[in-house]
Design a protein around this ligand. Structure first.
Ligand code: 5U1
Length: 674
């Protein structure tokens, strides 16, 4: 028989743990260190073991449990779960507003603007404040009973907070998987040879529908609640925004990006804002939802064919589309990396027409089992290189062709060899491979390197193919007549190109170092090398130890540098470039931080501990940087604070220079900003 002391301690511990979970999962502001949570949890667990009669269904110890099931039961929704009418254009949004106004015979409507999460809709029933059932949407009337799995999702309270909740309420929301968790999950799945999920939505669905609730519990699932179904023993507020407030007060997680809009133009404004901002979020959204705010207006509008007349989903252009693989080819990069690329039937996806998508490497081709002729899912999110992420096996034609990774380079016929860098394959042709020559000259002439305007891929390829360019130093042997005689190149463009080549002779030491294309020596490392070594001769003479004295240079980069300068042909090219008249001012060319930031396109993402993002952006702008909110090929630098999500990945993909919070503050200190 439990003592009074044990009873009140159990009550106290449950309340404490509920508070800690609320702070951690709903507010994202942990209140105590994990060890304190664990200590309370263990104490509660041992009291419940000693006095089983004190174990409450809503106790935090009861989130996991139950044996794996063989299937899910069925649940009837007390009020059907409606779906949303979709709009893809501004006109459809204006028409929606007009229809609502005409129906209500009013001039202006206030809307609640919510994010449309790309996850799974669920209904959570609470009786007397305690979670009773959780069900998927199913056909809208009946869904699957996923109560046991949902109990394991930390942001879903097992008991509502406060006391002003109705005696029974169905709460509607979307369960989703944030992007960082999705990536980690897939990394883990790959490592253990388990199923890799195509996108966060599939991962969320697959995780929620696990027959063993312990697996669901281990998956990074979250929820945002956005409405209610049935309510008994309580009253509805007057408006949707007040309802969302109530949900929040009951301890349910609502989306902090939800806002009010005055009329449809305001909605469209917010839509435009989120077309960009969606890539800053650490979860995927596929549009916005506009809802008439007033509940009396919602009631008057009613529903038609299972969709309310008072709500509209304004969808973003799809980031994933289906298309057909016409062929698979190998692309050779400047260091010889051989990347398989799918040539596709052109498709409009993520706001652009895509006809090529990367397949990353031979292991990915094997994992996806992609074949020529297959219908595939191609994904283009933001400015990330389009990729093939899945195959529709059921649509595979009989004449589909397996792809065999070539043994020889398609450009120079040298052997393609496996590297010790995971699944990466390389062409061993080096200096005789026209693809590698073309790519290394393209890098040499690029904006952040020698910045030779007008020297693009096409003309470089042409010059390499006719033997005009064999190494980067040949660029300075080009003359006006030869360029003007090339196909497509007229007198005017030849003149411009000669002028750009001439101008490039005067550069900075760091640009020069960057332009050499030493593996893993990006812009930032080049600046550090230029600062430390003042002259090319001292850098050539530097050993690995000296190089590693630079904070960001580890043994691999150091070895890349020493190896590069030990190759006789690289020494010859450096000599030839210097003899061609390339000069830079000594000492190191970047002599002030504002010079370094002037005109640079910089993006700030994640949370900074000493200032908010707007403050960081203001300071950067005052130092001459152009501050942007999206990562693209044009981005020069990303400042990545804590929990930097999709932007960090995109920056990594595009090879954008990344500064962490400390490096950013160091930079500001150098610039005299305190
Ligand atoms: N944010 C949000 N998503 N979503 C989906 N609100 C919302 N509302 C929905 C659905 C299906 O339905 C109600 C309008 C009934």
């Amino acid at each position: 028989m439990a003592t009074q002391k044990a009873k009140s301690r159990v009550k106290e511990l449950i309340e404490l743990l509920e508070q800690y979970e609320y702070a951690y999962y709903v507010l994202s502001e942990p209140q105590v260190p994990d060890v304190e949570y664990d200590r309370c949890f263990l104490e509660l667990e041992s009291l419940e073991k000693k006095y089983p009669e004190l174990t409450m269904s809503f106790s935090p110890t009861q989130r996991v449990g139950g044996k794996p099931v063989s299937s899910f039961g069925e649940v009837q929704h007390a009020v059907p779960m409606l779906s949303l009418a979709n709009a893809f254009s501004d006109k459809e949004v204006m028409d929606f507003d007009r229809r609502c106004r005409e129906h209500l015979r009013i001039k202006n409507i206030d809307y609640v603007v919510e994010l449309k999460l790309d996850g799974l809709a669920v209904s959570l029933s609470y009786r007397d404040g305690v979670l009773l059932k959780a069900a998927t949407r199913g056909d809208g009337t009946r869904g699957e009973d996923v109560t046991q799995n949902v109990r394991g999702i930390g942001s879903i309270p097992l008991r509502l907070r406060g006391s002003d909740w109705p005696s029974f309420v169905e709460i509607r929301g979307e369960i989703f998987m944030p992007l960082p968790g999705f990536m980690l999950l897939n990394q883990h799945q790959k490592a253990v040879g388990e199923k890799v999920y195509v996108n966060p939505r599939n991962a969320a669905a697959g995780s929620l529908r696990q027959l063993d609730s312990r697996i669901t519990r281990s998956r990074p699932l979250e929820i945002f609640c956005y409405g209610v179904g049935a309510i008994e023993g309580g009253s509805m507020p007057d408006s949707h925004i007040e309802m969302l407030d109530a949900l929040s007060n009951w301890g349910l997680r609502t989306n902090p990006e939800t806002t009010l809009a005055k009329g449809p133009l305001d909605c469209l404004d917010k839509y435009l804002n989120f077309v960009e901002k969606r890539h800053d979020l650490d979860y995927e959204i596929d549009g916005l939802v506009y809802k008439v705010n007033s509940y009396s207006h919602q009631d008057a509008l009613g529903s038609v064919s299972r969709a309310p007349r008072w709500a509209l989903a304004h969808k973003f252009p799809a980031q994933e589309e289906l298309t057909r693989v016409r062929n698979i080819e190998i692309q050779i990069g400047r260091t010889g990396a051989a990347t398989p690329v799918a040539r596709l039937d052109s498709v409009f996806v993520g706001g652009a027409t895509v006809s090529n998508a990367t397949l990353h490497n031979f292991e990915e081709i094997r994992r996806l089992d992609v074949r020529i002729g297959d219908t595939v899912v191609v994904r283009r999110a933001g400015d990330v290189i389009p990729e093939v992420i899945g195959v529709l096996l059921e649509s595979r034609p009989k004449n589909s062709k397996r792809y065999h990774f070539p043994k020889k380079c398609p450009v120079c016929n040298s052997e393609i060899v496996k590297t010790d860098e995971g699944p990466l394959m390389r062409c061993s042709g080096g200096l005789i491979c026209n693809a590698q020559i073309t790519e290394s000259i393209r890098h040499f002439a690029s904006r952040k390197a020698m910045d030779i305007d007008g020297m693009g891929s096409k003309i470089i390829e042409q010059m390499v193919n006719v033997g005009l360019l064999k190494t980067v130093s040949d660029v300075y042997r080009l003359d006006f007549t030869t360029i003007a005689e090339l196909d497509r190149s007229g007198k005017k463009s030849a003149e411009n190109l000669m002028r750009a080549i001439e101008a490039s002779r005067e550069t900075t030491f760091s640009r020069f170092l960057y332009s050499l294309g030493i593996p893993q020596v990006g812009e930032k490392t080049a600046v550090e090398l230029a600062e430390k070594f003042k002259s090319i001769d001292s850098l050539i003479d530097a050993d690995s130890e000296l190089l590693q004295a630079i904070p960001d240079i580890g043994p691999i980069v150091a070895s890349n540098i020493t190896h590069f300068f030990s190759e006789p042909h690289n020494q010859r090219i450096v000599k030839e470039l210097l003899s061609a008249g390339i000069v830079w001012s000594e000492p190191a060319p970047i002599d002030s931080v504002s010079d370094m930031l002037e005109g640079k396109t910089i993006v700030v993402t994640g949370t900074l501990s000493s200032m908010n993002r707007a403050q960081a952006q203001k300071i950067l702008a005052s130092l001459g940087a152009e501050v942007s909110s999206t990562i693209s090929k044009k981005t020069d630098m990303l400042i990545a604070g804590q929990n930097a999500g999709s932007k960090l990945n995109k920056a990594l993909d595009l090879g954008v220079e990344i500064l962490d919070e400390q490096e950013f503050y160091d930079l500001l200190t150098k610039a005299g900003v305190t």
